[in-house]
Design a protein around this ligand. Structure first.
Ligand code: HPA
Length: 274
Protein backbone atom coordinates (compact mmCIF):
# COMPACT_ATOMS: atom_id res chain seq x y z
CA UNK A 1 0.00 0.00 0.00
CA UNK A 2 1.28 3.46 -0.85
CA UNK A 3 1.96 5.81 2.07
CA UNK A 4 -0.45 8.22 0.49
CA UNK A 5 -3.21 5.59 0.66
CA UNK A 6 -2.85 5.41 4.42
CA UNK A 7 -3.81 9.04 4.80
CA UNK A 8 -7.15 8.89 3.07
CA UNK A 9 -10.31 7.39 4.50
CA UNK A 10 -11.54 4.09 3.07
CA UNK A 11 -14.50 5.94 1.54
CA UNK A 12 -12.20 8.44 -0.16
CA UNK A 13 -10.09 5.56 -1.48
CA UNK A 14 -13.20 3.85 -2.84
CA UNK A 15 -14.38 7.06 -4.52
CA UNK A 16 -10.95 7.61 -6.05
CA UNK A 17 -10.69 4.05 -7.36
CA UNK A 18 -14.34 3.41 -8.21
CA UNK A 19 -15.69 6.85 -9.18
CA UNK A 20 -19.10 5.45 -10.16
CA UNK A 21 -19.59 3.97 -6.71
CA UNK A 22 -22.51 5.65 -5.01
CA UNK A 23 -24.47 3.01 -3.11
CA UNK A 24 -27.93 3.77 -1.75
CA UNK A 25 -28.14 0.71 0.48
CA UNK A 26 -25.38 -0.84 2.60
CA UNK A 27 -25.78 -4.47 3.55
CA UNK A 28 -23.73 -6.36 6.13
CA UNK A 29 -23.75 -10.11 5.56
CA UNK A 30 -23.19 -12.13 8.71
CA UNK A 31 -22.03 -15.71 9.37
CA UNK A 32 -22.74 -17.93 6.37
CA UNK A 33 -24.79 -15.24 4.61
CA UNK A 34 -22.04 -14.05 2.30
CA UNK A 35 -23.36 -15.63 -0.88
CA UNK A 36 -26.32 -13.27 -0.77
CA UNK A 37 -23.86 -11.17 -2.75
CA UNK A 38 -24.39 -13.58 -5.68
CA UNK A 39 -27.75 -11.91 -6.24
CA UNK A 40 -26.06 -8.57 -6.87
CA UNK A 41 -25.97 -7.68 -10.57
CA UNK A 42 -22.84 -6.27 -12.26
CA UNK A 43 -20.75 -6.98 -9.17
CA UNK A 44 -17.37 -5.48 -8.47
CA UNK A 45 -15.75 -7.48 -5.69
CA UNK A 46 -13.03 -5.76 -3.71
CA UNK A 47 -11.19 -7.79 -1.07
CA UNK A 48 -11.04 -5.97 2.27
CA UNK A 49 -7.23 -6.38 2.12
CA UNK A 50 -7.05 -3.96 -0.79
CA UNK A 51 -8.90 -1.17 0.99
CA UNK A 52 -6.80 1.02 3.27
CA UNK A 53 -7.72 0.72 6.97
CA UNK A 54 -10.16 -2.13 6.39
CA UNK A 55 -9.76 -5.09 8.74
CA UNK A 56 -9.83 -8.62 7.36
CA UNK A 57 -12.22 -11.19 8.92
CA UNK A 58 -10.61 -14.21 10.50
CA UNK A 59 -13.64 -16.45 11.01
CA UNK A 60 -15.07 -19.25 8.83
CA UNK A 61 -18.13 -18.09 6.91
CA UNK A 62 -16.86 -14.51 6.58
CA UNK A 63 -14.95 -13.99 3.36
CA UNK A 64 -13.99 -10.32 3.67
CA UNK A 65 -15.08 -8.65 0.43
CA UNK A 66 -16.89 -5.49 -0.42
CA UNK A 67 -19.27 -6.19 -3.29
CA UNK A 68 -20.53 -3.18 -5.24
CA UNK A 69 -23.32 -3.58 -7.75
CA UNK A 70 -27.06 -3.41 -8.25
CA UNK A 71 -30.22 -4.94 -6.94
CA UNK A 72 -32.78 -4.05 -9.59
CA UNK A 73 -31.86 -0.50 -10.54
CA UNK A 74 -30.54 0.43 -7.08
CA UNK A 75 -26.83 0.66 -6.34
CA UNK A 76 -25.94 -1.36 -3.28
CA UNK A 77 -22.78 -2.17 -1.38
CA UNK A 78 -22.55 -5.44 0.51
CA UNK A 79 -19.95 -6.29 3.12
CA UNK A 80 -19.37 -9.98 2.71
CA UNK A 81 -18.21 -10.86 6.19
CA UNK A 82 -17.63 -8.78 9.28
CA UNK A 83 -14.90 -8.42 11.87
CA UNK A 84 -15.91 -9.25 15.43
CA UNK A 85 -14.44 -7.83 18.59
CA UNK A 86 -13.48 -11.34 19.74
CA UNK A 87 -11.08 -11.58 16.78
CA UNK A 88 -9.04 -8.91 18.50
CA UNK A 89 -10.12 -5.88 16.45
CA UNK A 90 -10.80 -2.60 18.17
CA UNK A 91 -14.31 -1.22 17.95
CA UNK A 92 -13.08 1.37 15.49
CA UNK A 93 -11.38 -1.20 13.25
CA UNK A 94 -14.38 -3.50 13.28
CA UNK A 95 -16.67 -0.64 12.27
CA UNK A 96 -14.45 0.78 9.52
CA UNK A 97 -16.19 -1.06 6.65
CA UNK A 98 -19.70 0.05 7.61
CA UNK A 99 -18.44 3.51 8.42
CA UNK A 100 -17.08 3.74 4.87
CA UNK A 101 -20.46 2.84 3.38
CA UNK A 102 -22.11 5.52 5.50
CA UNK A 103 -19.52 8.04 4.38
CA UNK A 104 -20.33 7.04 0.79
CA UNK A 105 -23.90 8.12 1.48
CA UNK A 106 -26.02 5.00 1.94
CA UNK A 107 -29.59 5.85 2.88
CA UNK A 108 -30.40 2.54 4.54
CA UNK A 109 -28.24 0.04 6.42
CA UNK A 110 -29.36 -3.58 6.44
CA UNK A 111 -27.58 -5.77 8.99
CA UNK A 112 -27.75 -9.54 9.23
CA UNK A 113 -26.32 -12.08 11.60
CA UNK A 114 -26.55 -15.66 12.72
CA UNK A 115 -27.86 -15.82 16.27
CA UNK A 116 -28.80 -18.23 18.98
CA UNK A 117 -32.52 -18.34 19.73
CA UNK A 118 -33.44 -17.69 23.32
CA UNK A 119 -37.16 -17.24 22.87
CA UNK A 120 -38.50 -20.82 22.92
CA UNK A 121 -41.08 -19.94 20.25
CA UNK A 122 -38.30 -19.51 17.71
CA UNK A 123 -37.08 -22.32 15.50
CA UNK A 124 -33.75 -23.02 13.87
CA UNK A 125 -33.71 -21.54 10.40
CA UNK A 126 -36.15 -18.76 11.28
CA UNK A 127 -35.49 -15.17 10.17
CA UNK A 128 -36.33 -12.66 12.91
CA UNK A 129 -36.15 -8.87 12.64
CA UNK A 130 -34.35 -7.07 15.46
CA UNK A 131 -36.53 -4.41 17.06
CA UNK A 132 -34.37 -3.70 20.11
CA UNK A 133 -31.15 -4.81 21.70
CA UNK A 134 -29.31 -5.37 24.95
CA UNK A 135 -25.73 -4.17 24.67
CA UNK A 136 -23.68 -6.70 26.65
CA UNK A 137 -20.44 -5.63 24.97
CA UNK A 138 -19.65 -2.87 27.42
CA UNK A 139 -17.92 -0.79 24.77
CA UNK A 140 -18.36 2.91 24.47
CA UNK A 141 -19.03 3.85 20.89
CA UNK A 142 -17.20 7.11 20.86
CA UNK A 143 -14.30 6.80 18.45
CA UNK A 144 -13.39 10.33 17.43
CA UNK A 145 -12.28 9.66 13.86
CA UNK A 146 -14.85 7.20 12.62
CA UNK A 147 -16.83 9.67 10.58
CA UNK A 148 -16.61 13.41 10.20
CA UNK A 149 -20.18 13.81 11.42
CA UNK A 150 -19.99 11.35 14.30
CA UNK A 151 -19.59 13.71 17.20
CA UNK A 152 -22.37 16.05 16.21
CA UNK A 153 -24.96 13.29 16.36
CA UNK A 154 -24.18 12.00 19.84
CA UNK A 155 -27.31 13.41 21.38
CA UNK A 156 -29.80 11.87 18.97
CA UNK A 157 -32.60 9.90 20.51
CA UNK A 158 -33.62 7.96 17.46
CA UNK A 159 -35.00 4.50 17.75
CA UNK A 160 -32.01 2.39 16.76
CA UNK A 161 -34.06 -0.01 14.63
CA UNK A 162 -36.22 2.05 12.35
CA UNK A 163 -39.90 1.18 12.94
CA UNK A 164 -41.00 2.26 9.46
CA UNK A 165 -38.45 0.00 7.77
CA UNK A 166 -39.36 -2.83 10.12
CA UNK A 167 -43.00 -2.63 9.14
CA UNK A 168 -42.05 -2.47 5.45
CA UNK A 169 -39.98 -5.62 5.98
CA UNK A 170 -42.92 -7.33 7.67
CA UNK A 171 -45.11 -6.43 4.72
CA UNK A 172 -42.52 -7.67 2.22
CA UNK A 173 -42.22 -10.91 4.19
CA UNK A 174 -45.95 -11.47 4.27
CA UNK A 175 -46.13 -10.92 0.51
CA UNK A 176 -43.65 -13.79 0.28
CA UNK A 177 -45.91 -15.89 2.51
CA UNK A 178 -43.62 -15.52 5.54
CA UNK A 179 -44.56 -14.26 8.95
CA UNK A 180 -41.65 -12.12 10.17
CA UNK A 181 -41.33 -12.11 13.95
CA UNK A 182 -39.28 -9.46 15.72
CA UNK A 183 -37.35 -9.50 18.95
CA UNK A 184 -34.57 -8.22 21.18
CA UNK A 185 -30.99 -9.14 20.27
CA UNK A 186 -28.40 -9.40 23.00
CA UNK A 187 -24.78 -8.93 21.92
CA UNK A 188 -22.02 -10.71 23.83
CA UNK A 189 -18.30 -10.47 23.17
CA UNK A 190 -17.91 -14.21 22.47
CA UNK A 191 -16.31 -16.17 20.94
CA UNK A 192 -17.66 -18.80 23.30
CA UNK A 193 -21.29 -19.74 22.97
CA UNK A 194 -23.37 -19.36 26.12
CA UNK A 195 -23.44 -21.57 29.16
CA UNK A 196 -26.82 -22.84 30.34
CA UNK A 197 -26.75 -20.30 33.13
CA UNK A 198 -26.11 -17.49 30.66
CA UNK A 199 -28.97 -18.59 28.39
CA UNK A 200 -31.28 -18.56 31.42
CA UNK A 201 -30.01 -15.19 32.58
CA UNK A 202 -30.36 -13.63 29.12
CA UNK A 203 -33.92 -14.98 28.80
CA UNK A 204 -34.82 -13.31 32.09
CA UNK A 205 -33.25 -10.09 30.90
CA UNK A 206 -35.67 -10.08 27.97
CA UNK A 207 -33.44 -11.24 25.13
CA UNK A 208 -34.98 -13.22 22.28
CA UNK A 209 -31.75 -13.82 20.36
CA UNK A 210 -28.08 -13.79 21.29
CA UNK A 211 -25.06 -13.19 19.10
CA UNK A 212 -21.66 -11.54 18.92
CA UNK A 213 -22.12 -8.62 16.57
CA UNK A 214 -24.54 -6.10 15.04
CA UNK A 215 -25.15 -3.81 18.03
CA UNK A 216 -22.12 -1.54 17.41
CA UNK A 217 -23.02 -1.32 13.71
CA UNK A 218 -26.62 -0.43 14.50
CA UNK A 219 -25.48 2.22 16.97
CA UNK A 220 -23.01 3.71 14.51
CA UNK A 221 -25.65 4.01 11.78
CA UNK A 222 -28.19 5.42 14.21
CA UNK A 223 -25.70 8.00 15.49
CA UNK A 224 -25.00 9.06 11.94
CA UNK A 225 -28.67 9.37 11.12
CA UNK A 226 -28.99 6.39 8.76
CA UNK A 227 -32.02 4.12 9.30
CA UNK A 228 -31.22 0.55 10.28
CA UNK A 229 -33.03 -2.65 9.45
CA UNK A 230 -31.52 -5.72 11.10
CA UNK A 231 -32.20 -9.43 10.87
CA UNK A 232 -31.07 -12.46 12.81
CA UNK A 233 -31.14 -15.92 11.41
CA UNK A 234 -31.80 -18.21 14.32
CA UNK A 235 -29.39 -21.08 13.94
CA UNK A 236 -29.86 -22.93 17.23
CA UNK A 237 -32.53 -22.54 19.89
CA UNK A 238 -31.23 -22.66 23.43
CA UNK A 239 -32.89 -25.12 25.71
CA UNK A 240 -30.90 -24.79 28.91
CA UNK A 241 -32.75 -27.65 30.57
CA UNK A 242 -31.97 -30.17 27.82
CA UNK A 243 -28.78 -28.66 26.48
CA UNK A 244 -26.95 -29.60 23.31
CA UNK A 245 -23.64 -28.24 22.13
CA UNK A 246 -23.65 -25.49 19.53
CA UNK A 247 -21.25 -26.10 16.62
CA UNK A 248 -20.12 -23.45 14.17
CA UNK A 249 -20.89 -25.87 11.29
CA UNK A 250 -24.51 -26.14 12.52
CA UNK A 251 -24.71 -22.35 12.61
CA UNK A 252 -23.54 -22.15 8.99
CA UNK A 253 -25.94 -24.87 7.85
CA UNK A 254 -29.02 -23.19 9.29
CA UNK A 255 -28.10 -19.81 7.99
CA UNK A 256 -27.95 -21.38 4.53
CA UNK A 257 -31.60 -22.37 4.73
CA UNK A 258 -32.87 -19.02 5.88
CA UNK A 259 -30.94 -17.13 3.24
CA UNK A 260 -33.57 -17.58 0.60
CA UNK A 261 -36.24 -15.81 2.59
CA UNK A 262 -33.89 -13.04 3.70
CA UNK A 263 -32.78 -12.47 0.15
CA UNK A 264 -36.37 -12.37 -1.14
CA UNK A 265 -37.30 -9.79 1.46
CA UNK A 266 -34.34 -7.53 0.83
CA UNK A 267 -34.74 -7.61 -2.94
CA UNK A 268 -38.44 -6.82 -2.69
CA UNK A 269 -37.86 -3.99 -0.18
CA UNK A 270 -35.26 -2.35 -2.36
CA UNK A 271 -37.31 -2.74 -5.51
CA UNK A 272 -40.31 -1.15 -3.85
CA UNK A 273 -38.74 1.67 -1.86
CA UNK A 274 -35.77 2.95 -3.89
N1 HPA B 1 -24.82 -17.76 20.85
C1 HPA B 1 -24.12 -16.72 20.39
N2 HPA B 1 -23.93 -16.49 19.11
C2 HPA B 1 -24.48 -17.33 18.23
C3 HPA B 1 -25.22 -18.43 18.65
C4 HPA B 1 -25.40 -18.66 20.04
O1 HPA B 1 -26.04 -19.63 20.49
N3 HPA B 1 -25.64 -19.08 17.53
C5 HPA B 1 -25.16 -18.37 16.48
N4 HPA B 1 -24.47 -17.30 16.88
Amino acid sequence: MLDQEKQISPAQWLKANYPECSPKVGIVLGSGLGDFADSIANPTTIPFQRIPSFPNPRVAGHSGNLVLGQLGSTQVAALQGRCHLYEGWSLEQSLAPLNALIELGVELVILSNAAGGINPRFQSGQVVAIDSHIDWLFQSLNPPNLHPLGASFLGRTHKTYDPAWLSRAQKAASELGYSLASGTYLATLGPNYETRAEYRAFARMGADMVGMSTVPEALLAMRLGVPVLAFSIVTNVANPDAPTTTQHTEVLEWSNKAKTILQGMIVSLIRKHF
